[in-house]
Design a protein around this ligand. Structure first.
Ligand code: 5GP
Length: 109
């Protein structure tokens, strides 16, 4: 079943899109938990990390490289976090694979 992120891909609901290409889309999280909080998603409807198969290696690699480029474009030159939640026990709320890019916070002392 399609998730809300599929509706963002299809432009059925709005989002603050920061990057798009043939394989992935990136947009700002609606409830940001860091000064920069972007979600990078594959356009292919993959529910979670647990649903990946060997054919998805290119897509996942593509999303991670896109995330690194977006981080640089957002000015996160000192570092950032990439987080992927998987499944109910992993705290995943939206059943469409997504990579959280979070940055711009003060480093922990
Ligand atoms: P998860 O907990 O599944 O790893 O993260 C889902 C993320 O999607 C959350 O940080 C949440 O704020 C974000 N989110 C949920 N619905 C929407 C939406 O409609 N638009 C945007 N831009 N972000 C959303």
């Amino acid at each position: 079943m399609s998730s809300i992120f599929k509706k963002i891909i299809d432009r059925e609901i709005p989002a603050d899109i920061v990057y798009e290409d043939d394989l992935c889309l990136a947009f700002r999280d609606i409830n940001p938990k860091a000064p920069v909080h972007v979600l990078v998603i594959p356009k292919k409807e993959i529910p979670s990390l647990a649903d990946l198969n060997d054919d998805d290696e290119t897509i996942v690699g593509h999303c991670v490289v896109a995330l690194a480029k977006i981080a640089a474009a957002e000015g996160l030159h000192d570092g950032y976090n990439m987080i992927v939640n998987c499944g109910e026990a992993g705290g995943q709320e939206v059943p469409h694979l997504h990579f959280h890019l979070m940055g711009g916070r003060q480093p922990k002392s």
